[in-house]
Structure formats: structure tokens, C-alpha cells
Design a protein around this ligand. Structure first.
Ligand SMILES: Nc1ncnc2c1ncn2[C@@H]1O[C@H](COP(=O)(O)OP(=O)(O)O)[C@@H](O)[C@H]1O
Ligand SMILES: CC(=O)N[C@@H](CCC(=O)OP(=O)(O)O)C(=O)O
Length: 261
């Protein structure tokens, strides 16, 4: 679908997103784009797990998910965070509909590595017709990253990979990761542009780790179709330039070679 913009709001920054941020998503729609919000909620899940005294750990940015962790993640993502985002868009003057990947078989998934990670899923199929119908009704879909396999088993999906799968399947024009850092940082500085090869070397040398890993992997997985670049930016409004341009890191497949005759 033309003019689709997938915006992934990280759990690291959701609580700090300003009214202006949500107004800009609504304005985007009024200007003819079709925004879709996919949200995370890692810190909120951590908080409830701690309260319930349930242990969890991360492997390469993915949360090992037992049945208890899955129940908790689903309660937080679908019950709390999803409705907070829907409410914020409503207050910003938009019409938003909250869904999880289980609704309308939106996100079909398979386990990533059941032995090591438990109920962690990766998307295999996206029901784009549901999203297209909502967007035609001028609704902004707000998606919580819980998916389901064909048998109806629920899985915890990293929100970055959910956003990438949705953007790819819809042939989105743009994919933006909104997070709690200005972009990909190296030696304390935000990189303006990085290629797939540079990302591989930054993963190897430890520059990119933890929660940034699923983000860059998801970004790279989308750079095959319509999407020419993926942006990682800070949820705080301070990184909008004076001319209104958005600052952050742009991920591209490779740099164009310049031939000089
Ligand atoms: N090279 C890097 N540049 C910036 N952040 C990085 C880098 N490597 C790892 N990170 C970590 O990734 C985090 C963002 O991922 P995450 O906490 O999962 O956020 P979100 O909830 O927005 O998905 C940053 O806060 C930082 O701790
Ligand atoms: C499998 C896996 O890691 N799922 C994530 C889902 C939420 C998420 O991705 O939230 P962020 O965007 O805040 O990282 C988790 O349980 O934390």
C-alpha cells in the first residue's frame, strides 16, 4: 500500500513521548500518509515481572520467555501499553485502533529457538488486508507484538522484528524506530548514516549490543523491497532540527560508488 509509514515506539521511550509526537503522527495522516504504530514495552514488562517475582533474562536483545513471562508480557503489552498509545493518539485528535498480533491473525509466527528462548516468535506472515481496511477507514492501527502460530499458541515477539515484518509485507514507504538514544552511537557520537557492512562490523566489535541488536537486524531485513533506508531516532523532540528535519541514524544497504572518469 502506498504512503505507509511504520513507526516503532520503543518501550524505552513511550512514557516520555510528548503530545507533539502523537500530534505529528495524526498530522501525518491528515497529510495523506498512512501511519501504523507498533509499540514495545520492555521496561514495563520488567517492572511487572519484578513485582510478581518472575525471573527473566535477555539473549542478544531477546527476552527468554517461559509461560509465566509470556502471560506477563501479554498483559502489559496488550492490556496496558497498547491502550495507553491508543489513548495518546485519541487525545492528539486521531482515531486509533489497538490490536495485538493475535487479532485477525495479524502476525503469524514461528518459534525463534524454542530450546533456548521458549515462547519467542518471529513473524512468518502478516495479514495485511486487516491493516489496509483499517487505514482505508482513516484509523491508525496500534499493534502490540504478541503473535500466534497456526495452532493458536501465543508467542512474545520483539517489537522491532514485528515492525519490520509489517513494513516489509505492506511495502511501506518508511520505517522509523523511535527509541531512547539519538541513533546508533559509536565512541559517544551519533552516526548519521551506516551501511549493512558497517553494522556487521559494529556488532562484531561490540559497538552494537543488547536492545540495539534486534533493531539493526530488523532494519536490515527490510532493505530489500520498497524501503530504501530505515531511521533510528530519539523519542525526545530535541532532535528535530531548526528546519524541521529529523535527526538520527539512517541505515542504508550500501553507499553508492562514485565513479570519476
Ligand atoms: N551502538 C549503540 N548505540 C546506541 N544504543 C545502543 C548501542 N548498542 C546498544 N545500545 C542500547 O540499545 C538501547 C536501545 O534499545 P532498547 O533498550 O531495546 O530500546 P527500545 O525499547 O526503544 O527498543 C539503548 O538505550 C542502548 O542501551
Ligand atoms: C522477545 C522479546 O524480547 N520481546 C519483547 C517485547 C517488547 C519489546 O520489544 O519492547 P521494546 O521495544 O521496549 O524492546 C520483550 O519481552 O521485552
Amino acid at each position: 500500500m502506498k504512503d505507509v509509514v511504520v513507526i516503532k515506539c520503543g518501550g524505552s521511550t513511550i512514557a516520555e513521548l510528548s503530545d507533539e509526537f502523537f500530534k505529528s503522527v495524526v498530522a501525518m495522516q491528515k497529510n495523506g500518509k498512512h501511519p501504523i504504530v507498533v509499540h514495545g514495552g520492555g521496561p514495563a514488562i520488567n517492572h511487572l515481572l519484578q513485582k510478581l517475582d518472575i525471573k527473566s533474562e535477555f539473549v542478544d536483545g531477546l527476552r527468554k520467555t517461559t509461560e509465566d513471562v509470556l502471560d506477563t508480557a501479554e498483559m502489559v503489552l496488550c492490556g496496558k501499553v497498547n491502550k495507553q498509545v491508543v489513548t495518546s493518539l485519541h487525545q492528539a485528535g486521531g482515531q486509533a485502533v489497538g490490536l495485538s498480533g493475535c487479532d485477525g491473525s495479524l502476525l503469524e509466527v514461528k518459534p525463534v529457538n524454542e530450546g533456548m528462548l521458549g515462547y519467542v516468535g518471529e513473524p512468518t506472515k502478516v495479514n495485511t488486508s486487516l491493516l489496509t481496511s483499517l487505514m482505508e477507514l482513516k484509523m491508525i492501527p496500534v499493534i502490540a507484538p504478541i503473535g500466534m502460530n497456526e495452532e493458536g499458541t501465543h508467542y512474545n515477539v520483539n517489537a522491532d522484528s514485528a515492525a519490520a515484518a509489517i513494513a516489509k509485507e505492506l511495502g511501506a514507504e518508511q520505517l522509523v524506530f523511535v527509541t531512547d538514544v539519538d541513533g546508533i552511537l559509536k565512541d559517544g557520537k551519533c552516526l548519521e548514516q551506516v551501511t549493512a557492512d558497517e553494522i556487521e562490523s559494529y556488532i562484531k566489535d561490540g559497538t552494537i549490543y543488547g536492545g540495539m541488536l534486534p533493531k539493526v537486524r530488523a532494519a536490515l531485513s527490510t532493505l530489500t523491497g520498497n524501503i530504501q533506508s530505515v531511521m533510528i531516532m530519539n523519542g525526545k523532540s530535541t532532535n528535530v532540527g531548526e528546519d524541521g528535519s529529523v535527526q538520527g541514524t539512517t541505515i542504508i544497504k550500501s553507499k553508492m560508488k562514485l565513479f570519476v572518469s
